[in-house]
Design a protein around this ligand. Structure first.
Ligand code: 13P
Ligand code: SF4
Length: 349
């Protein structure tokens, strides 16, 4: 595709959202990225949170964490450029170690992944011996390596139920754990171990019944949405349909009309015809859905952004292919243990 054709495509999709001068600049970058992608035999995976011009121009595949993990596992390209955050690029390397995996920015972290370490997980194991550990994919490889099975927002309840265990440790997202507990009818407790400064009162957990044992990690984006936000929007737009990511609090999820992974939210909007929608998740996704579905009216609450996903730009994606940066590696001993947990999840389907 020529620069003019790319500009026209982006202008048609994003003309109401992105300033013209920016579209012209980004069209040039996108064409050069796509040329280099061929030259280097690379595949670009783009998470649903990527900014709209990037999202609609360079990824070969877009999707949520689960879908992109599956694409990473299957690709036969030499290079995987992950337009997402570090734990996603690490998961690609865990699944497909012979490939060069590139993450365009070293600043693309995640507050959930930063909330727990491998040493924390080992301490949990000591405290609750023999209890299986379900680990959200938003964690680093060494944490996955300590786990029995991974899950994503798209399959968390199914993973928990697949184990059929009477008690499970579910780490590190407090709100996702609470939402899974609610969905599966399980009782959840939070031991005092955890990153939150004011933990629950110390209890003797050997005498407390729990189906799920959680950790108090939070997504710095989704924890900010409140039930009041929902009430305010509903007052102004009574016919709005509100969708929340399960990293939002259970109160917010209960007050919303639908909760699901980023791709589940996209599919819900594509398959329904409400007068307008509001997403309680990273704001770029609203732009991406509006661009692909011009007939849908998307309301935005854009004061809350993911500072990590927003690190990934077209400029850095181009640089990443030009100078082969930043290469994501996982030590083999950690990778093989983490692989077991990720593959066990993928086998659930
Ligand atoms: P999904 O797996 O639903 O795409 O979520 C990833 C994420 O980081 C949400 O904040
Ligand atoms: Fe992590 Fe939250 Fe950003 Fe997702 S939105 S990458 S969970 S900080």
């Amino acid at each position: 595709m020529s620069v003019d054709e790319m500009y026209l495509k982006l202008k048609t999709m994003l003309g109401d959202i992105v300033p013209d001068v920016e579209l012209r600049y980004k069209a040039k970058l996108a064409v050069e990225i796509n040329r280099l992608k061929q030259e280097r035999n690379a595949v670009i995976l783009g998470h649903n949170y990527m900014e709209p011009a990037l999202f609609h121009s360079v990824p070969d595949y877009t999707g949520d964490s689960l879908e992109l993990s599956r694409k990473a596992a299957k690709t036969d390209k030499d290079v995987i450029v992950f337009c997402g955050v570090k734990f996603m690029a690490e998961t690609a390397k865990i699944l497909n170690p012979s490939k060069t995996v590139l993450l365009p920015s070293q600043k693309a972290g995640c507050s959930l992944a930063a909330s727990i370490t491998a040493a924390d997980v080992r301490a949990l194991k000591q405290r609750f011996p023999g209890v299986p550990i379900v680990t959200y994919i938003n964690t680093y490889a060494d944490v996955k390596a300590e786990s029995d099975i991974c899950c994503t927002s798209g399959n968390a309840a199914a993973v928990v139920e697949s184990l059929g265990a009477s008690t499970l440790i579910f780490i590190p997202d407090e709100y996702l754990a609470r939402n899974v507990a609610r969905e599966t009818g399980k009782h959840i407790i939070f031991p005092t171990l955890g990153p939150v400064k004011e933990p629950d009162t110390e209890l003797d957990y050997t005498s407390v019944h729990a189906d799920l044992i959680g950790w108090r990690g939070r997504c710095e984006v989704h924890e900010k949405y409140s039930v009041q936000d929902i009430l305010d929007v509903r007052q102004e737009y009574p016919d709005v349909v509100i969708l929340a990511h399960p990293e939002c609090s259970p109160e917010v999820v209960a007050a919303a009309d639908f909760a699901g992974s980023t791709s589940a939210m996209i599919r819900y909007i594509e398959r329904t015809s409400a007068p307008r929608y509001l997403l309680l998740t990273e704001c770029a996704m609203g732009d991406n859905i509006a661009a692909a579905n011009p007939d849908k009216e998307m309301l935005r609450l854009c004061s809350v952004r993911c500072p990590h996903m927003n690190q990934i730009t077209l400029d850095d994606t181009l640089k990443s292919l030009q100078v082969n940066r930043y290469v994501v590696d996982v030590p083999e001993e950690i990778r093989t243990r983490a692989l077991r947990a990720v593959e066990r999840m993928l086998a659930i389907g």
